[in-house]
Design a protein around this ligand. Structure first.
Ligand SMILES: [Zn+2]
Length: 131
């Protein structure tokens, strides 16, 4: 009888841990590879090595520290562009993915938080440098 209560609890904990892991992975990935500074020849842009060519349209489209560093449109444009690239990759491979899957919100949230923190840090540095 006790097992009936424990098993769903363990499954819930396991799912929560998996979600935290996915969130963290997306956060770290975004910190090192998906920053608003992809709009210039930054260190993050250069980290993409040969694949940095896929970020060229994003770089050309956004002027540095404008739309890409906007508190709302910055993460939306960056995650949207990255999702578009992943979508093209999935299409090229021929796999199927449900873009309306709620579980996709978890990595998006991890990326969103990392991008927002970058934008906030830039705002703080910009304010301090003006003083
Ligand atoms: Zn920046």
């Amino acid at each position: 009888m006790l097992l009936i209560g424990i098993v769903p609890g363990l499954i819930y904990i396991e799912l929560a841990c998996l979600n935290i892991f996915i969130f963290s992975l997306a956060y770290v990935f975004s910190t090192f590879y998906l920053s608003p500074d992809l709009d210039v020849d930054s260190r993050i842009y250069k980290r993409w090595k040969l694949l940095k060519i896929v970020w060229k349209p994003y770089k050309d489209l956004f002027k540095h520290r404008h739309m890409s560093h906007h508190i709302i449109f910055g993460p939306i444009s960056l995650i949207g562009y990255f999702a578009f690239l992943i979508f093209l990759l999935v299409l090229a491979v021929g796999a199927e993915v449900n873009i309306f899957d709620v579980r996709l919100l978890i990595p998006c949230a991890g990326m969103f938080v990392a991008i927002e923190l970058h934008i906030l840090a830039d705002m703080i540095v910009k304010k301090k440098s003006k003083k």
